[in-house]
Design a protein around this ligand. Structure first.
Ligand SMILES: Nc1ncnc2c1ncn2[C@@H]1O[C@H](COP(=O)(O)OP(=O)(O)OP(=O)(O)O)[C@@H](O)[C@H]1O
Length: 305
């Protein structure tokens, strides 16, 4: 092909700075976009063992192109994608911090209005992508990045779908266990946007409690933590659960009142939490409906003014 290699040129465009960290998919470093002067975060995607050494994973590239189309004020912008020295690089807008750091920092006071505002931004980002049939599948506080102006944006949208399919070696890390929906713990192969709703509810709970809500140390322990919080699901609550691969009938544990787990939450917050923490994914509230819930509407109106 007689074209100039676009990858080299793209790589020349960014001036690499320090490494920011390493995640599920590979190393992330800070860089400056010399064309715009903007700071960016570049994620160098680790090669999978089943990929050709010299080739591009065309399926991944095609799907990443779709991710580039996702433009929303609550989604971290995927600015550019390029291949350099046989590695795929994703260029994202640079974000200052993440929600995990905010929740952990005891010097930061989170008012009920702050919690609602963060939670609304999570729901709005998710709603936008769910409308386009893209699942996040890895919602957790350190994937919720925060910009200089306090704007929360979801990072890594769709990446686990592209790089972490069920047969993939990294799948265990692709879903942080504490945020994993019960259908995933039971081994559901077919699942939908409900997995993001469950994870968003875990983050909501974490914002309210200022500590992780359901901390399981193994998948079995995770399931027990869920049952202890919400009671063992009955077949009438979730008719399809017994058909799932890893479903095991557990000793019956009654559900404690939700209020006892979240003593400081408002009635509206509790009601929304209970709808998001519904066992049966088909009965679980959707992100769009959650946005229309009483808890969310009050601030929505304020924001419009
Ligand atoms: N857009 C960004 N702006 C600034 N820092 C970022 C950005 N994206 C990722 N980082 C930082 O890079 C590091 C690695 O991020 P990455 O998303 O790969 O993994 P992680 O979130 O730490 O873990 P996991 O892959 O399990 O989600 C983290 O410290 C993260 O905060």
């Amino acid at each position: 092909m007689g074209e100039v290699n676009p990858c080299k040129k793209l790589a020349d465009r960014y001036l690499k700075r320090e490494v920011l960290g390493e995640g599920t998919y590979g190393v992330v470093f800070k860089a400056i976009d010399t064309q715009t002067g903007q700071m960016v975060a570049i994620k160098k995607i680790r090669k999978r063992i089943d990929e050709p050494l010299d080739g591009v994973n065309f399926t991944a590239l095609r799907e990443i192109k779709l991710l580039k189309e996702l433009k929303h004020s609550n989604i971290v912008d995927l600015i550019d994608v390029f291949q350099y020295k046989q590695n795929l690089h994703l260029v994202f807008e640079f974000m200052e911090t993440d929600l995990e750091a905010v929740i952990r920092d005891r010097n930061i006071f989170l008012s009920p209005a702050d919690i609602k505002s963060y939670f609304l931004m999570i729901l709005k980002g998710l709603a936008y992508c769910h409308k386009k049939w893209v699942l996040h599948r890895d919602v957790k506080p350190n994937n919720l990045l925060i910009g200089q102006n306090g704007q929360l944006k979801l990072a890594d949208f769709g990446l686990s779908q592209i790089f972490g399919d069920p047969d993939h070696e990294f799948v265990d890390q692709a879903f942080a266990r504490w945020y994993r929906a019960p259908e995933l713990l039971f081994g559901a192969k077919k699942y939908g946007s409900g997995v993001d709703v469950w994870a968003a509810a875990c983050v909501f709970a974490e914002l309210l409690l200022r500590r992780p809500f359901l901390e399981g140390s193994t998948d079995t322990h995770q399931t027990r933590r869920i049952f202890t919080a919400f009671g063992t699901p009955s077949p009438s609550q979730w008719p399809d659960m017994m058909y799932l691969k890893y479903y095991v009938q557990e000793k019956y544990i009654p559900a404690p009142p939700l209020r006892s787990l979240f003593p400081m939450a408002s009635d509206d917050a509790l009601d929304l939490l209970s709808k998001m923490f519904t066992y049966d994914p088909n009965a679980r509230i959707s992100v769009q409906k959650a946005l229309e819930h009483r808890y969310c509407i009050a601030l929505n109106i304020l924001l419009k003014e």
